[in-house]
Design a protein around this ligand. Structure first.
Ligand SMILES: Nc1ncnc2c1ncn2[C@@H]1O[C@H](COP(=O)(O)OP(=O)(O)OP(=O)(O)O)[C@@H](O)[C@H]1O
Ligand SMILES: [Mg+2]
Length: 427
């Protein structure tokens, strides 16, 4: 059987910073799209990291020598961190961009749903875009007519069909875009993680629809960061790391290896590959809990000083910066923060690497409640340089002093020494 999709030694080189303008260009969009778009900015940062395949200072390989195949009727997930090259690969497969090297083969009619902003023409109405996309897929007007009502029903944008899509909210846009690719009968469906923009109910309908399509023998290649979803939807997964294919195999196994790797990174404190926001002139490159002698810790012992060491790398001199360290529960509740501004500690960055220590005294977190640490560095005018949310995760344990404490989370996150005594009752 010949594969439906074949990616053969595909590489794609980009100029560094070429797509950096994106975020500011999107003034009045919802937060989800802003977050989505800021991914692009994050990715630009990602390539300032060592280990990228840069063959000169101004370009780098977003995808390097990638090869894999997807068989007809198979559903395959593409996974990897931010900036790994997933969307780039999908764009090459959708012929939105040419590979710098290598080749692709596609057997069958291909429909793709890529990042918000591709696929639809902004000036055309929803209705016109449906017809345009159908004809790109090689369908006749009559064929599109036959599917039209289904598409409109699925997308729930009926009232706005004759409005140019540039006036659509991000949610409407994605709903219509998905409805089009999922109903215009492509034999091969390529879906980037745009679905994350929709609400939970819509996402579920999309996944259900993709499962139906998979069952009816369509070939699907999709990107997702939702690791629970992947094994339900796909037989196999392909893992990308810094543009390279590092694993191809059964979806459950690849997802497991990917998650193991994420956890290892969360514990080793290397922050260079983390998802982040900020303009990147300064970045947290390492951080971790240490003991009183500066030795790295793997768990936090309640009652101790919580001491965090962090290394910041600046691309230029930046006087008047400030650092915020926030410690929170796994549910995201902020427990404590340390802020250099509040402590009147000056942060004067010079080009290169510098280290800082933040010490919280006698932190009494009830054992059994893991903690996460987020790191933020900004300038005095609050220009964000780098923000790494949930950069580190630590288990909290007890020792001799705290052995008596129960670990039930219902008893609260903070554990205080309590003293009890009997007193005279009111008359
Ligand atoms: N048009 C472009 N010009 C220059 N660099 C680009 C362009 N598009 C993507 N890149 C860069 O290529 C790398 C791979 O980006 P890509 O969008 O493929 O990653 P991704 O795996 O989809 O990440 P995410 O999970 O954040 O969506 C990133 O470093 C990104 O900044
Ligand atoms: Mg992407």
């Amino acid at each position: 059987m010949k594969p439906a999709l074949r990616v053969e030694n595909v590489s794609k080189r980009y100029a560094i910073g070429a797509n950096q303008a994106m975020v500011g260009d999107l003034p009045n969009i919802t937060d989800s799209v802003r977050r989505f778009a800021s991914g692009t900015l994050r990715k630009v940062r990602a390539l300032l990291q060592p280990g990228r395949f840069a063959d000169d200072a101004n370009s780098f390989w977003a995808v390097k020598d990638a090869s894999f195949e997807v068989n007809p009727g198979e559903a395959v997930a593409l996974i990897g961190r931010n900036g790994a090259g997933k969307s780039t690969l999908l764009k090459v497969l959708s012929r939105i961009t040419e590979p710098t090297q290598g080749r692709i083969e596609i057997r069958g009619r291909l429909g793709s749903l890529l990042e918000v902003g591709t696929g639809f023409h902004p000036e055309l109405t929803g209705r016109e875009n449906v017809y345009m996309n159908g004809s790109i897929l090689g369908m006749s007007r009559r064929e599109i007519n036959a599917k039209f009502d289904q598409i409109v029903e699925f997308s729930e944008v009926g009232k706005f069909l004759d409005t140019p899509v540039k006036r659509y909210s991000s949610g409407m846009y994605v709903r219509l875009a998905f409805a089009v690719v999922a109903h215009l009968d492509p034999e091969i469906l390529i879906v980037d993680e745009v679905l994350a923009v929709g609400d939970a109910n819509f996402q579920k309908r999309c996944i259900d629809r993709m499962m139906d399509l998979a069952r009816s023998g369509k070939t699907i290649l999709f990107v997702s960061h939702n690791m629970q979803q992947i094994p339900r939807l796909c037989q196999r997964a392909v893992m990308l790391e810094r543009g390279q294919v590092v694993e191809v195999g059964p979806a459950g196994d690849v997802v497991q290896h990917y998650m193991d790797q994420l956890l290892v990174d969360a514990r080793t404190g290397d922050l260079r590959n983390k998802t982040r926001t900020g303009d990147g002139r300064a970045k947290f490159v390492r951080a971790g809990l240490v003991d009183n002698d500066g030795r790295p810790l793997t768990v936090f012992t309640t009652g101790d000083d919580l001491i965090l060491h962090m290394d910041v790398e600046a691309t230029t001199d930046l006087p008047d910066a400030n650092i915020l360290v926030a410690v929170q529960t796994l549910h995201g509740t902020r427990l404590i923060s340390g802020w250099t501004d509040e402590s009147h500690f000056p942060v004067t960055l010079t080009k290169g690497r510098q280290g800082y220590e933040c010490r919280f005294k006698n932190v009494a977190i009830r054992p059994g409640n893991p903690i996460m640490v987020s790191l933020r560095i900004a300038l005095e005018n609050q220009t964000l340089l780098d923000f790494v949310e949930n950069a580190l995760v630590y288990d909290v344990v007890g020792d001799d002093r705290s052995r008596h404490l129960y670990t039930n989370t219902e008893l609260g996150v903070i554990a205080y020494d309590t003293e009890w005594k009997g007193v005279k009752a009111a008359e």
